[in-house]
Design a protein around this ligand. Structure first.
Ligand SMILES: Nc1ncnc2c1ncn2[C@@H]1O[C@H](COP(=O)(O)OP(=O)(O)O)[C@@H](O)[C@H]1O
Ligand SMILES: [Mg+2]
Length: 254
């Protein structure tokens, strides 16, 4: 008896995983108030589609880290709705939200946050701790991710044996090893010299070209201006959402 569709060549499209939703982040009229009260975010609308690379830029105190915490589901808004990878954050318990975060969001911070005394490879493998994969598979994937960020020859180095730029590459490998729907980087070049910072930004561009969706939080207007999309935030509000053309290299329009 025929099953009708045939078994094909084993690519598994018929029974494969459901495709990811195209919209990775959808914030609607999000406000966040801290006790005081401080209105850290005031009516933010923001949509990020799969495959985007955007900068979220604003001066100190404008609400960037608050926005990162809400997009990354580390915190909930006071009002407004947040959808991440198609999930309504308000509908999830804290436990379900942690699982969503582990599966769909990778984080990179200014200060790297690597585990001291642990090899680069095991630091990266930690990014798969909740994946259900065996330790040996996690370590193999970690080695692959380190190769992807140019550190194939540093697997056994510990954080104190790496430069700042290399540490941030390890942190990026850890953030992307699970292939999250979204990579969130909060001032990823803030602790680096300008050459290492430029290399880290180039790596993020490479990962984006390979398909990663990336939001970079920065106070550095030069970094933001070189990204394909720049969302400017001031006093808790989005004041501009600019798409930069890629054709001009003259700088005449800047
Ligand atoms: N946990 C908190 N409690 C009270 N106020 C806070 C808290 N976190 C941030 N704020 C205030 O919210 C505003 C936005 O802060 P933040 O998101 O950290 O800005 P940025 O990252 O752009 O510097 C600031 O006025 C800050 O003082
Ligand atoms: Mg901040």
């Amino acid at each position: 008896m025929s099953t009708g569709t045939g078994t094909g060549t084993g690519t598994g499209t018929a029974a494969g995983p459901a495709p990811r939703p195209r919209t990775v982040v959808a914030l609607a009229d999000v406000t966040k108030e801290y006790p005081g009260p401080v209105a850290a975010l005031r009516g933010v609308d923001l949509t990020v589609e799969e495959g985007e690379l955007l900068g979220i830029v604003g001066p100190s105190g404008s609400g960037k880290s608050t926005l990162l915490h809400i997009i990354g589901t580390l915190d909930r808004p006071t009002a407004g709705s947040v959808h991440i990878a198609g999930h309504d954050v308000a509908a999830l318990s804290d436990r379900r939200l942690s699982a969503l975060r582990a599966q769909h969001v990778g984080f990179v911070f200014q200060a790297f946050h690597l585990v001291p005394g642990v090899s680069a490879r095991d630091n990266v493998a930690e990014g798969l701790l909740y994946s259900g994969l065996s330790r040996s598979v996690r370590r193999r994937k970690a080695a692959d991710a380190l190769a992807r960020v140019g550190l194939a020859d540093r697997l056994d180095h510990k954080p104190h044996q790496l430069s700042g730029g290399q540490k941030q590459r390890v942190a990026i490998a850890r953030a992307v090893v699970g292939e999250p729907a979204l990579l969130l980087a909060d001032e990823p070049t803030g602790a680096l010299d300008s050459a290492s910072g430029a290399a880290v930004m180039e790596l993020l561009r490479d990962l984006n070209r390979e398909g990663a969706t990336i939001a970079v939080i920065t106070h550095d207007t030069e970094i933001a201006a070189r990204l394909p999309r720049e969302v400017r935030i001031r006093d808790g509000q989005v004041v501009a959402d600019v798409t930069h053309g890629t054709a001009s290299t003259t700088g005449a329009a800047l």
